[in-house]
Design a protein around this ligand. Structure first.
Ligand code: MN
Length: 387
């Protein structure tokens, strides 16, 4: 069986000030061409279909368009909700849409109930595990601890239990929206840390033939059977070196996996450039970036006048401008942005405590901070989900 695995469309999201709907529509066209060209048997979409709980109308219309066209091709599709989607909103009409062969799985309670498709070699069970917010689903799975590994592990126990009741040789595919340990992050995924832990070990997925992951926006192979497709479009400059793709997965008669990458259309290249303004305006090596979406970091010790307008004369698609002045060695005052780079909320808060009190927080204080951040995140997710 030949699968096309994609995720993290984030329909309705923009890239800095650029509306990406046109690029998202071009991706959808490309997806449908790929489905036909490669004679795909099933499409799997692993969450974050939309960028937010209540997406703009144009995004909803694009989603409606892709559903109609997939149904028109007669290619079965399995989709789950991600942490950016409102599971309940996305799931409205799922029963009816399912009759057209588009299977939306947005309810944690149906984790152990697969969509069963078949090819010449027999049946393939597709288990759609929507994004599982630990605090909201721990009761559903009867686990004590609101932790990603606990709830996903319990959901996978249901998958394995169901699979054990099926005829020997039944192949299996799991769709999940999660951060698996070892995966590389970018700046456009929303933090899902709970209890100081964001990721789950790949071993929670043991026992199934292929795991189609969503959440991380870079295409990556965790193991031969556990892969991220990544987002089809970049949503941050940290993705400047990504090659945006989908996985074309061949599941053989015995559940063996072979996968190749199908490139997505590139609306415009991304470039991150850094240096003093005059150098960026004159450097001949930067000619190749003149047509790119540009993130410029100016290192001038003194902020030059009108930098955005001047940069745009050479790089008309400059979208982001930051200042990181170079200072003489020994000179104090590393920029605030540089001090925060790569640090998560917890670390910033711990640094703050150390700064104002003169002593870093102890283990108990760190736990209090962690609980506060977890509570804020869980609350924000629950509010979004209920919109
Ligand atoms: Mn995402």
């Amino acid at each position: 069986m030949r699968l096309l695995h994609t995720s993290d469309w984030h329909l309705g999201r923009s890239f800095h000030r650029v509306n990406m709907l046109g690029a998202q529509a071009a991706f959808v066209d490309h997806l449908l061409v790929a489905v036909r060209e490669h004679r795909v048997d099933a499409v799997v979409v692993s969450g974050d279909v939309y960028d937010r709980a209540v997406p703009p109308l144009a995004a909803v219309e694009l989603f409606d368009d892709v559903l109609h066209r997939l149904a028109g091709l007669g290619v079965p599709t399995v989709m789950i909700s991600g942490n950016h989607d409102s599971a309940r909103r996305l799931g409205v009409g799922a029963g009816l849409i399912g009759r057209a062969g588009i299977h939306l799985r947005t309810d944690a309670a149906s984790a152990g109930t697969p969509v069963v498709l078949a090819d010449a070699f027999g049946e393939v069970a597709f288990y759609g595990l929507p994004y599982l917010e630990p605090a909201l689903v721990k009761d559903e799975f009867g686990v004590d601890k609101a932790a990603h590994e606990a709830v996903l592990g319990a959901a996978m126990d249901r998958v394995r239990a169901d699979l054990a009741t099926r005829p020997a040789g039944t192949r299996s595919v799991v769709l999940a929206h999660a951060f698996v340990t070892g995966g590389r992050v970018s700046d456009s995924e929303r933090d899902i840390t709970v209890g100081g832990v964001a990721s789950v070990p790949a071993a929670v997925f043991d026992g199934v033939d292929y795991v189609a992951l969503g959440h991380l926006h870079g295409c990556q192979t965790i193991t031969e059977r556990v892969r991220y497709s990544g987002s089809p479009l970049p949503y941050s400059f940290s993705e400047a070196d990504h090659r945006k793709t989908m996985w074309l997965v061949e599941l053989d008669a015995r559940g063996g996996v072979a996968a190749e990458r199908i490139d997505c259309p590139v609306p415009r290249a991304l470039a991150r450039i850094r240096g003093p303004l005059e150098q960026l305006l004159a450097d001949p090596h930067l000619t190749r970036h003149e047509d790119a979406w540009v993130e410029a970091t100016l290192t001038d010790p003194v902020r030059p006048a009108d930098p955005m307008a001047r940069l745009c004369e050479r790089f008309p698609h400059t979208l982001s401008l930051t200042f990181d002045p170079e200072r003489a060695p020994g000179e104090a005052g590393v920029s605030y942005a540089r001090r925060l780079a790569g640090r998560d909320d917890q670390q910033v808060a711990e640094d703050f405590v150390a700064h104002v009190r003169g002593a870093a927080p102890d283990e108990e204080e760190r736990a209090v901070l962690r609980e506060a951040f977890d509570a804020v995140r869980a609350d924000a997710f629950a509010k979004e989900a209920a919109r």
